[in-house]
Design a protein around this ligand. Structure first.
Ligand SMILES: NC(=O)c1ccc[n+]([C@@H]2O[C@H](COP(=O)([O-])OP(=O)(O)OC[C@H]3O[C@@H](n4cnc5c(N)ncnc54)[C@H](O)[C@@H]3O)[C@@H](O)[C@H]2O)c1
Length: 1568
């Protein structure tokens, strides 16, 4: 065995930190030999146990104990992993274990694990028997370099992390780096944040070493063995070193300042802001990830305060990013993890206010002076204002009044020159020191790509101010990983040709260039065409003409004559020029297709190639043609990059606008850059004094307000400067002379359509501007007339737009918001710092108020509908518009109106691309102008346009509803192949393409977007009958009310049940749903039991339940581990199903508390109106109810703030039910469903107070062992005294034929209720009160004639309906001998109508008619009014009776008496009729004519539903009125017995809390 290498580091005067690799035996023997004890107590977590470490240690330990201390013992304890277990109860359970096992003061506690174990076990040791010895064996990188050292120990409480703890120094810290072999990748990366941070504050040399190792690091730790471990051999020394270096710093600092008086503060660099992020983003984001972002922000703050150089900031962020850490909240992976979580600035500042470093509420931050050195020896106070600027992405720019008279500004290096220099040096031979290189996204991507392709090695000098590119002479090798270029246009064009020169590498035969969404829209086609024509093989992977592309390696460039269309971008030309020397033959590059654009950039490229040793000659015979010889660039030893002339336009324009002076010292007349002419050619004629030498430029502006417009200026040589010129022209105070800027057509295809962007944003300042074919015309105004843009300036993620408008902002009368501050990072990350520190402009951070997602009712906010054509958008939009009273905006119709042409012919003439662009523009307009009370129904392809998608995303983020309507692909194909001619045909080119395939292709392409860019989902299957259609409508309406927050579910507070459906497919069982759910308060869909987990299938199952039940739905995905069928490891699919549940607007989501915490947290954050049931199930029966696991799970549920907790244990003995009840009695902060499974656990099901899961005899199986039906539970509960038998009655006279007893008694029987229902025939209300009300078993009574009014005097309270109708039909005991009067007759009417296909009538303008003038007619009036009827007509044989009725109701009932036949003829039509006249006598003649008139009118009146008549009379079953209505006028008719049953069911529910099964009750009532 080779000798162990162990480094010992001193801390607090003792060499107690031992670092090495594979030093287990050293650790064990050192502990046992040097710390004598009777008991060694090792605590670790389950993951470490699973990785085999515990087992290995126990073996070694016992062996050495046996040899060295045979009388001592080793005890072990394993806790659940994760931060959520670092709490009081876990600590207590460990202490209890120690006490029970007789641990004494000589016990040595060994904490083997990450920071969670180290902190918690350290604290156990600190307090057990007033303190026992502790040894730390850290197993994560974070704990090795940070938490195990320094003696800080703590646990978390619900109010905060690490709030309770102690300083307790360990005897030893044993760092065995080999533990990291089993550490998961993300944890590994997480630890690197502390490592990089420590080097950044203390050790520049170590920092530089870390920079060089980053690439191999990620590659190696990502390369996992089958068991998840990693072979660290190639990195071993590097990792030992980085651990050691960090440890040394921490040990040194702690030794100097153990109790964190000052110096130890420095270790908190990145933590002030990092902790604030962590407090919000935990547990989705890890500590190190937040510290990484915090470190970048704190470095930016240092730069903002003028302390740190921009290069250092970019070095730090680059290094952190290179180790796989997020460096901003926008990091793609982080965003995916944190989902919709937001970090509002006020919350961040509040979190920072409670930092331990602070003094009072003043915040302290560690500032960096350079890499490897902090600013001062402690943290510094910083103002909230400065923090706000750094932490928000919108900046408020205040007035420029404080600007100094003179300024010298050195802008960052030129982007164009930087990018060219990098490509030339990378293709050249030998080292080249490039100075003043622009550190931007573009150069960043170029550098990364160049090193990935092994074209050159890159290193840094002068603290990062100089980059050394050591070129390989053009030998590039393919790499497997895609080259991601963000939105870096130049990099993408230059690298496309470079990619063609790449040779294959180890079987990698091609390379892929890709970029972000916007990059994927930007054109690259002409360049690719030219390269393809020259022999390169390039394939578009997505959109034709744009990135991503796959370039075959080894094809090279053939050379010879290359023709290139160069009217769109000069970057194509430069790209080929620079690579041409490496073609097989010398190249002649001919620029074809008209005058090439931006000649100056081409000249710049040629001049720079000359500096690197290759001379390009212009053709003497052909215009725009160049000869490039074969050769290899020879790198000059040094190349200094000139400042960027486009960037220089901003400080120069600042001078022009403010009447001050500004000098840019390194750009002058000899510059290669076109924009260097800006001062002379634009600012000078506008009235500025300009002095330009060969190498410098100085501008002094005229007094404020005296700039002059330019009639016409061709800015073709300096296109990028047109935005700056535009804002200057905006205040060239002469409205009669607009400034026309031309020659800038290329600016339409830059980061955004810049011409349009300028026109749009200038308008917000009150400046009129127009688009010209190749430019812009600006009507300048007096700066004093500028307006303040409402909501701020939108920057279109375009650095130039942001910087230009920041100039105009300072002239506006009030401060102006500039959105997307960070986009200036592309060319000038420090622009805001310059504005702030050099120009003395006050800046503030700004953050628009973000609505809490979904938690507010939608109110009148517009709703956007997306989905394929044929998904039913029109129908559903109509339903929504009617129900909500919104207006429909159909984008296709709007398109027609705006463009003056229908979509089909527009596409035919102009093609799809232009159509999509136009459509998106119109969408944006509609979106901005119709933000309330509209249903915006979009075209199917709206999601194909990235700008439209962006809009949808923003809408969702701000809490708006984007509803995705879905229909299956089969139905879509059916519909589209057959009928739709209103929209353009799918096939644009060849007739012979199979249309079906084409639809499928479109469907597949869009489907992912529909899902991604919507927050609600409705599956509308094809309906083949009117009935199906009405049911679907009803179910949709219920859905809409839920997702808009109009109807909310309340967690039941009384005995309640939910029935667990156990079908694998509900389709064939919908007729059973009513019976199965009777008596239940909710219905559970066990998604895991379904036969498919496809979105469409699951959504359909939810839809089927909704069509057949009004009960709240519980959406449950039960994993195998918790007794279900869903695979535990399929986390991503669980996440998708959780998302789906929210999109479907279910009432409850069952969320297993054992899921990863990030999933739990994001589900809770997104829940909207869905209530969360945090659940945990123990099938094994091993968790007794006093186990800490239940306590921890309950605390977790409490922390997550779920609405309900559901714990299911297993009873192995009867006693377990009592243990459970004890647990229940101690846990009352959340509604708790707690039961025991198994035969022995049935009692717990009977006594569980709310939402007990139940089964039903019609179900194929129960969902858990021991599950009972509601009937059984009620029977048992009755027998054990939980339910008391009540007596109910119907009172009145005559009542002998009343169907109420059979109705109620049937219900009692079906539900196992012990009650009875009897007749009590009397016409004396006092008798009722005397005989019944005084009986303690009296449960309530139904009241009929003649007591409906008489009974009132015995009641203390009347319901709203009883008051409005003026009659009581239901008496409900209130307790204490008091009673309430209610009326359910009206509900009998509404529910019968709803059950028969009548939708809600709100906003429908539907009228109703009531026939009759008795008591029932009053209930009918109330019913139709409640349903939303607009006008209610009343007719009667004797109209005089109606006058009294009308006067009884308030005017809002909108009652109108139809006295005469003429009045019936003249009135509006009615679509609902309720007849309340007796059916056993013929109808009076005049009344009949009136009724027939109304029936006739109503017949075709309504498009929403079939007109419907309910006859309240139920004898005979089919009355003459019903016959007349249905047979002669085709009305839908509803018999009176349904009303009777529905009102009875309402009474039943009010009395017992249960809804009886409709069908059983119906059959019983109609039985004889
Ligand atoms: N005391 C201090 O000075 C200090 C400093 C920084 C952080 N902290 C604390 O440290 C904690 C975070 O520590 P952490 O990042 O180590 O988290 P952790 O302890 O939760 O470990 C991270 C994960 O890795 C697993 N794991 C640990 N070692 C492993 C190994 N070798 N192989 C496989 N899996 C392994 C763990 O089970 C856990 O799931 C926080 O509670 C934080 O407050 C304390």
């Amino acid at each position: 065995m080779s000798e162990l290498k162990i480094e010992k580091v001193e801390i607090l005067g003792k060499k107690s930190i031992h670092v090495g690799y594979d030093i287990h035996s050293h650790i064990v023997s050192e502990i046992i030999k040097t710390i004598p004890s009777s008991t060694y107590f090792l605590v670790t977590d389950k993951n470490i146990e699973k990785a085999g470490h515990l087992h290995a240690y126990v073996g070694r330990f016992n062996k050495v104990l046996e040899e060295e201390r045979p009388n001592s013992r080793l005890l072990t304890f394993v806790v659940s992993p994760g931060e959520s277990n670092k709490n009081r109860s876990t600590k207590a359970s460990i202490e209890d274990f120690m006490l029970k096992n007789g641990c004494t003061r000589d016990t040595v506690v060994i904490a083997m694990g990450g920071g969670v174990i180290g902190d918690m076990i350290g604290f156990v040791a600190a307090t057990f028997m007033r303190g026992v010895k502790v040894v730390q064996i850290p197993t994560t990188l974070l704990s090795m370099v940070d938490s195990s050292i320094g003696g800080k120990t703590a646990i978390d409480t619900p109010l905060g992390k690490n709030f309770i703890g102690a300083f307790w120094q360990p005897e030893y810290v044993f760092i065995d780096v080999s533990f990291l072999e089993s550490l998961p990748e993300r944890e590994f990366i997480n630890g690197m944040a502390e490592v990089v941070k420590t080097a950044a504050i203390w050790n520049e040399i170590e920092f530089a070493r870390l920079e060089t190792y980053s690439k191999s690091f990620l590659k190696i730790i990502q390369n996992r063995n089958a068991d998840g471990t990693v072979d660290l051999t190639p990195l071993r020394d590097h990792i030992i070193k980085l651990v050691l270096e960090s440890v040394k710093v921490k040990a040194e600092v702690v030794s100097k300042d153990e109790r964190e008086g000052g110096l130890r503060n420095l270790l908190n660099f990145g933590h002030t802001i990092g902790h604030a992020y962590e407090a919000i983003l935990t547990p989705q984001a890890l500590h190190g990830e937040c510290v990484s972002i915090g470190a970048v922000k704190e470095a930016e703050l240092s730069r903002y305060l003028g302390i740190l150089s921009p290069v250092s900031v970019s070095r730090l962020s680059k290094c952190l990013a290179a180790y796989g850490l997020p460096i901003s909240l926008n990091d793609k992976i982080l965003q995916k993890r944190i989902k919709e979580k937001k970090c509002p600035i006020d919350v961040l500042l509040a979190k920072m206010a409670i930092d331990k470093k602070n003094e009072g509420s003043k915040k302290k931050v560690v500032l960096l002076e350079s890499i490897g050195k902090c600013y001062g020896t402690s943290a510094h106070f910083v103002s909230d204002d400065d923090l706000r600027v750094i932490l928000t992405d919108q900046t408020i720019v205040h007035s420029f009044d404080e600007a100094p008279d003179k300024n010298i500004i050195v802008p960052p290096g030129s982007k164009s020159i930087s990018n060219r220099a990098l490509i030339l040096a990378a293709l050249g031979k030998g080292p080249c020191k490039i100075k003043n290189l622009l550190h931007s996204d573009d150069t960043e991507h170029m550098l990364n790509a160049v090193s990935a392709l092994k074209g050159a090695s890159i290193s840094w000098e002068d603290g990062g101010d100089t980059v050394v590119v050591n070129g390989n002479g053009g030998n590039l090798l393919a790499c497997e990983k895609e080259l991601y270029l963000g939105n870096a246009g130049t990099a993408s064009r230059f690298l496309t040709t470079v990619a063609a020169l790449v040779s294959p590498n180890d079987g990698v035969k091609n390379i892929v260039l890709t970029g972000n969404a916007r990059m994927q829209e930007r054109p690259n086609g002409p360049l690719v065409d030219a390269l393809r024509a020259n022999g390169s093989e390039i394939e578009y992977l997505n959109k034709e003409g744009s990135l991503p592309v796959r370039v075959q390696s080894g094809k090279g460039l053939k050379g010879g004559r290359i023709e290139l269309a160069a009217t769109i971008s000069s970057q194509y030309v430069s790209s080929i020029l620079m690579c041409a020397p490496y073609a097989e033959e010398s190249v002649t590059l001919a620029l074809v297709g008209g005058k090439p654009i931006s000649q100056l950039y081409v000249d710049m490229t040629i001049k720079m190639m000359e500096t690197f040793g290759i001379s390009v000659t212009k053709s003497k015979t052909e215009e725009y043609t160049y000869h490039i010889p074969k050769g290899c660039y020879v790198n000059p030893p040094e190349y200094v990059i000139e400042s960027d002339a486009s960037s220089a336009t901003y400080p120069l324009a600042f001078a022009a606008l403010t009447g001050t002076e500004c000098t840019v010292p390194n750009i002058g007349a000899s510059s290669l850059q076109g924009d260097a002419r800006f001062a002379v050619e634009v600012l000078k004629p506008m009235g500025c004094t300009v002095i330009q030498t060969a190498t410098s430029t100085t501008v002094r502006g005229p007094p404020k307000g005296q700039l002059k417009p330019l009639d016409l200026i061709d800015m073709e040589p300096m296109t990028d400067a047109f935005l700056t010129a535009s804002v200057v022209a905006a205040v060239a105070n002469d409205p009669t002379h607009p400034t026309s800027i031309v020659g800038i057509a290329n600016q339409r295809v830059k980061e955004c359509n810049r011409i349009l962007a300028m026109v749009t944003e200038l308008a917000k300042f009150g400046v009129k501007a127009e688009e010209l074919p190749d430019g812009i015309k600006i009507f300048g105004i007096n700066y004093l007339d500028l307006k303040v843009p409402e909501g701020g300036v939108y920057s279109y993620d375009d650095h130039r737009v942001a910087m230009s408008f920041s100039l105009l902002a300072g002239l506006a009368p009030e401060p102006v918001i500039i959105q997307e501050r960070s986009c200036t990072g592309k060319t000038w990350p420090g622009w805001w710092d310059t504005l702030h520190s050099k120009f003395h402009v006050k800046l503030n951070g700004y953050e628009p108020a973000v609505k809490q997602l979904n938690f507010q009712a939608n109110g009148n906010r517009s709703i956007i509908v997306i989905g394929m054509r044929a998904a039913g958008k029109t129908t559903v939009s109509n339903w929504m518009a009617t129900l909500l009273g919104f207006k429909i905006i159909d984008l296709d119709v709007t398109f027609n109106e705006v463009v003056g042409q229908d979509v089909r012919s527009f596409v035919k003439e102009n093609g799809w691309d232009l159509f999509r662009e136009k459509e998106s523009e119109i969408f944006k307009n509609v979106f901005e102008n119709s933000s309330s009370s509209c249903i915006i129904s979009t075209g199917g392809g709206i999601v194909e346009n990235s700008c439209s998608r962006e809009l949808l995303k923003k809408y969702i983020v701000n809490g708006g509803i984007v509803l995705h309507l879905h229909r299956s692909i089969k139905e879509t194909v059916n519909f589209l192949s057959n009928v739709d001619v209103t929209r353009p045909a799918y096939s644009t080119s060849a007739e012979n393409r199979d249309i079906e395939d084409e639809i499928k292709e479109v469907w597949n392409r869009r489907e992912k977007y529909y899902h991604e860019y919507s927050n609600y989902f409705f599956y509308s299957p094809h309906c083949s009958t009117e009935e199906e259609f009405q049911i679907l409508r009803k179910s949709f309406e219920g859905y809409l009310l839920r997702i808009t927050g109009s109807t909310k579910v309340a967690v039941p507070s009384q005995r309640s049940f939910f029935v667990c459906l156990t079908y694998d497919d509900l389709t064939e069982h919908t007729h059973e749903i009513d019976a199965i759910t009777s008596g239940a308060d909710a219905v559970e869909l066990r998604v895991d039991l379904l036969k498919s987990y496809e979105t469409e299938f699951v959504a359909n199952q939810v839809g089927l339940i909704r069509c057949h039940s009004n009960l709240p739905i519980i959406f449950t995905v039960r994993t195998k581990e918790q007794g279900g069928l869903f695979p535990n490891d399929n986390i991503s699919e669980i996440e998708e199903l959780i998302q789906l549940a929210f999109k479907l607007g279910v009432s409850y989501l069952d969320l297993e508390l054992s899921l990863p915490e990030n999933i739990l947290d994001s589900a809770v954050a997104q829940r909207g109106f869905t209530k969360i049931i945090g659940s945990h199930h123990d099938f094994s029966g091993t968790l007794k109810w006093d186990d800490v696991e239940w306590e921890n799970k309950y605390q977790l549920a409490d922390k997550l703030n779920v609405e309900l907790v559901k714990f299911v244990g297993t009873a192995t003995e009867f006693q377990d039910n009592f243990e459970l009840e004890h647990f229940r009695s101690l846990h009352k902060s959340k509604p708790l469903i707690a039961i025991n499974m198994g035969e022995l656990g049935k009692l717990s099901r009977v006594v569980n107070p709310i939402l007990t899961p139940v089964t039903h005899e019609l179900l194929p199986s129960s969902s858990a062992p021991g599950q009972l039906s509601i009937k059984r539970i009620n029977e048992i509960f009755t027998e054990i005294g939980g339910l008391k038998a009540k007596r109910y009655y119907v009172v009145g006279k005559p009542i002998a034929h009343s169907r109420s007893p059979i109705l109620h008694n049937t219900g009692y029987k079906k539900l196992g209720l012990p009650h009875s229902f009897e007749l009590f025939e009397t016409d004396s209300a006092s008798l009722v009160a005397e005989k019944l009300f005084n009986d303690t078993s009296f449960g309530g009574c139904a009241v009929t004639i003649p007591l409906k009014i008489d009974i009132m005097k015995y009641l203390v309270e009347l319901s709203e309906s009883a008051k409005a109708i003026g009659a009581v039909n239901t008496v409900i005991p209130l307790g204490d001998g008091k009673f309430k009067g209610d009326n359910t007759d009206w509900l009998g009417i509404t529910n019968s109508l709803y059950r028969n296909g009548v939708p809600s009538l709100k906003n429908c303008k539907v009228n109703g008619l009531i026939i009759g003038g008795g008591g029932t007619s009053r209930a009918a009036i109330y019913a139709l009014h409640k349903m939303g009827c607009n006008k209610i007509y009343i007719v009667n044989r004797t109209p005089s009776k109606l006058i009294e009725i009308k006067s009884h109701f308030s005017p809002e009932f909108n009652l109108e008496i139809l006295e005469t036949i003429e009045q019936a003829q003249m009135c509006e039509h009615a679509s609902l009729i309720v007849s309340t006249v007796p059916a056993d006598k013929p109808i009076d003649d005049k009344l009949l004519i009136q009724v027939e008139t109304m029936l006739k009118k109503g017949k075709d009146s309504n498009k929403n539903f079939t007109p419907t008549l309910l006859d309240a009379a139920y004898k005979p079953r089919v009355t003459a009125m019903m016959k007349l209505a249905s047979e002669k006028y085709e009305w839908n008719v509803v018999p009176g017995c349904e009303m009777l049953i529905n009102q009875g069911i309402e009474q039943f529910e009010k009395w017992t809390g249960f809804v009886p099964p409709y069908k059983d009750v119906f059959d019983a009532v109609n039985s004889d």
